[in-house]
Structures are given as C-alpha cells and as structure tokens.
Design a protein around this ligand. Structure first.
Ligand SMILES: CC(C)(COP(=O)(O)OP(=O)(O)OC[C@H]1O[C@@H](n2cnc3c(N)ncnc32)[C@H](O)[C@@H]1OP(=O)(O)O)[C@@H](O)C(=O)NCCC(=O)NCCSC(=O)C[C@H](O)C(=O)O
Ligand SMILES: [Mg+2]
Length: 280
C-alpha cells in the first residue's frame, strides 16, 4: 500500500510554532522549508530549529526537507545537515537536469530525493529527471515557473499547461509521485477547490499547500469519493463474474469494464485504503 500525498504542507523551518502544530494537522506530508520561506539571515538558525522540530512526532506524515540549491551559499551546509537526518526525503529546488540530482545524491547518500520542477530547463528535461534512480517524487513550483516564463496567473492555468503536462508525463512514465504547485490566495476556498480539481483530473497525486486552512479541501478533492469506491468494487466483481463465464468484458452502469478498468478500480481501492490508514 503506497502512501497518499493528497495534501503536502510547506512549513518554514524557522517557524517552531508551525512545526509543533503540524503534529496534529491532517497533512499527508510536510515539506520543512529551508529555501524560499526562510530569510537569508535566518538560514543557519532555521537549520537548528529544524533539527529540534524533527524530534517531534509526525506520525505517518511523510517528512520532506527542502534544501537550498547547491549553487547558493547555503546549499552545501544544508546538504551536510541532511546527511544522516531522520527524515523521509530531501527536496531539491530548481532542478534543471539529472546532474543537479547527482550532485546532491553524492552528498546525501541515505535519503530518497525529490525534485522541484520550476524552471524552463527542468520542464524540457523532465523525463531524464524522473528517470533518476534516486528520485522518488516531483513537486511543481508554479510560482517560480511563472516568474521564469513571464506568464500571468489565470484561473484556468493555461500558461502552465505545457509544463504541468510534461512533468506529469515524465513522472507517470517512471512511476514517480507528482504533486501540484501551491495556490497562493490561501483564504480563497473556491479558487483552491477549482485548482485542486483541475490537478486531480489531470492525474496529480495531490497538492502542495501553504496554510493549514487549505488541508481539508485538498484531502477531500484528492480522495476517491464513496461513489467511486462503490463503482470500483462493482467493476471488480462484475469483471470477475464475467471472467468466470469465459468473457473478457463486463458491463456496469451501461459502460464496458475491461481488464484496464479493473486495474484502475484496484488503484482506487488501494488509495482509499492508504488514506484510511493515515487516519488510523
Ligand atoms: C502564509 C503565512 C505567512 C500566514 O501565516 P499566519 O499569518 O501566521 O497565518 P495564520 O495566523 O492564519 O495562522 C493560523 C495558525 O496556523 C499556523 N500556521 C500557519 N501557516 C502554517 C503552516 N504553513 N504550517 C503549519 N502551521 C501553520 C500558525 O502558526 C497559526 O497557529 P496558532 O498559533 O495555533 O494559531 C504562513 O501560513 C506561511 O508561512 N506559510 C508557508 C509559506 C511557505 O512555506 N512558503 C514557501 C513555500 S511555497 C513555494 O516556495 C512554492 C514553490 O517553490 C514555487 O515556486 O511555486
Ligand atoms: Mg520555487
């Protein structure tokens, strides 16, 4: 049973109160951020605060640490800090290609790597990045991508579609987790829900979030509904019954069910089980 990544909450590593609070928040994963959410003058103190914060009990929530890029003045110290750290993964910002992952992999031999997908080169090299043997997951960085592209924020995210699609294809081709970018207006519930639904419909595993008020909407949107779970069970049952009669196709609710639909149905049930395990 794979972990769910419906809700992936960023927490500035300098914010001890938020790290404490996260122990009880319904996030599937936490990104402890040493990069953009921490002011330059606070970077060393943020590392110390994170070391203390990671001693908290986050239960089943995945603990991912976002370091500064190795080309910055903090990156090497961040990487040294992460080697041997009790965390679940290290997230590397602004990954342009697999060589960026190699460099961090050499410094941090013991943790899975995740890549921020947020540069034009990263989009063009998405397949090679996703194929990296140490890579476990990808996170869309839609703020940086918009900045680099000079594109505008639109509710339909049309300017983002090429990048989102390339990264999604790459992640799926190589069996990696992929979560969507943040929705900046954290008090706009309708806007967040619409963007979560778009990401879910495209195939993202979940959404990165910046505020606890966004958790419920992401958790709800990226979970299979009761109707989907019920349909998945009926599709599996109907297909098994058809197979027992020597048939390769069943019909449920007026629609055909073939082997491939059964695979999707099984994934739906697995996801529901993984989500239930988070609550338990
Ligand atoms: C956006 C915020 C600065 C708002 O903070 P604040 O004004 O303190 O919010 P509230 O008063 O509403 O907070 C209420 C309580 O919730 C806690 N809280 C707030 N945010 C978090 C959080 N992220 N995780 C856990 N807990 C949080 C507060 O401590 C309050 O608790 P209590 O004391 O019990 O009342 C703030 O939300 C924030 O800093 N968010 C994270 C910003 C961040 O991490 N940004 C960087 C990542 S996004 C990015 O870089 C995207 C990517 O790279 C790209 O390019 O797109
Ligand atoms: Mg970014």
């Amino acid at each position: 049973m794979e972990r769910p990544y419906r809700s992936v909450l960023y927490i500035p590593a300098a914010n001890a109160r938020a790290m404490e609070k996260a122990q009880t928040l319904p996030a599937d994963a936490i990104i402890f951020d040493l990069e953009d959410a921490v002011a330059p003058g606070e970077k060393p103190a943020a590392r110390d605060a994170l070391a203390a914060g990671l001693a908290n009990d986050y239960g089943r929530r995945a603990r991912i640490v976002r370091i500064n890029g190795l080309s910055t003045e903090w990156g090497q110290d961040d990487a040294r800090f992460c080697a041997g750290l009790d965390a679940d993964a290290v997230l590397i910002p602004k990954v342009d290609g697999p060589a960026d992952l190699d460099r961090v992999a050499d410094l941090i031999p013991d943790l899975p790597l995740w890549a921020m997908m947020e540069t034009p080169l990263g989009m063009l090299n998405a397949a090679a990045i996703a194929a990296h043997p140490r890579l476990e997951g990808m996170v869309m960085g839609t703020n940086d991508l918009a900045k680099e592209l000079g594109s505008r924020f639109r509710p339909d995210r049309l300017p983002m579609q090429a990048g989102l699609g390339l990264c999604l294809l790459a992640a799926k081709a190589h069996g990696k987790v992929i979560v969507d970018g943040v929705f900046n207006a954290f008090k706009d519930e309708d806007g967040l829900r619409a963007e979560c639904e778009q990401g879910r419909d495209m195939g993202f595993d979940g959404k990165t979030l910046i505020h606890p008020a966004q958790l419920a909407i992401a958790n709800d949107t990226f979970a299979p509904t009761d109707a989907e779970i019920d349909l998945a069970r009926r599709q599996i049952d109907a297909f098994q019954a058809a197979a027992a009669e020597g048939k390769g196709v069943a019909v449920v609710d007026g629609k055909i069910v073939e082997n491939l639909h059964v695979e999707t149905a099984r994934k739906t049930l697995d996801r529901a089980k993984a989500i239930a395990a988070m609550a338990g």
